[in-house]
Design a protein around this ligand. Sequence first.
Ligand code: PEP
Length: 249
Amino acid sequence: MRRKLAAGNWKMNGTGDSLSELSALAEGHPSASVDILICPPAPLLSRAAAVASGSAVTVGGQDCHAAASGAHTGDISAAMLVDAGAGSVILGHSERRQDHGESDGDVRTKTEAATAAGLIAIVCVGESLDQREDGQTLDVIGAQMEGSVPDGMTADRLVIAYEPIWAIGTGKVPTLEQIGEVHDFMRERLTARFGEATASGVRLLYGGSVKPSNATEIFAVSNVDGALVGGASLKAADFSPIIAALESA
Ligand code: PEP
């Protein structure tokens, strides 16, 4: 049985004041039947971990470097995330792929580093609008999964987030059939590569304009084990109903 996951990605939003939202979220969810994760900007991570301590909310990073340490100005290693209180890290988000030119190979080596450090890796995949309109969606997702996910992964260390690029921050959402088609496909690809026992334990998240108003119907789709949420994770008042929808799914 896969434990569902509501993951929030604050991206480059928030300063110390924003921890009041995390505090409200933590107070609103002293316990939960799903996993709840907030990934704040790196400078907030250790303070966020302290605020969330003792609640059902855990914290994570938004990226890590593939190397353990060294001359990489501005970068953060997986061990540093762990040291700051993170249990998970988002890797290969489309904004990292676009803004920083991250390739599938880069995401793969980061995923290896993250899992070796004991983190859960949330590996993001997703097609552009052009790719969807050209009928390439499943080919793109399959290739990204093949290239970004390392061999030998175990279900407890891997989460995959399907995030169509054209749905992120736009208010546009794929149809429920389109989400289901991709999620079923991802489960099949994992089964073919890692075997049934591992594949059936990997959580598959949908991400892209998830809101309180559409969460329930998205969470009812086959093989959707939760969501990776951007904008609607910034305020506890928006994220809490999404968590509640997942708990009821
Ligand atoms: C994201 O950035 O991962 C995301 C899904 O953003 P939003 O929910 O704002 O579309």
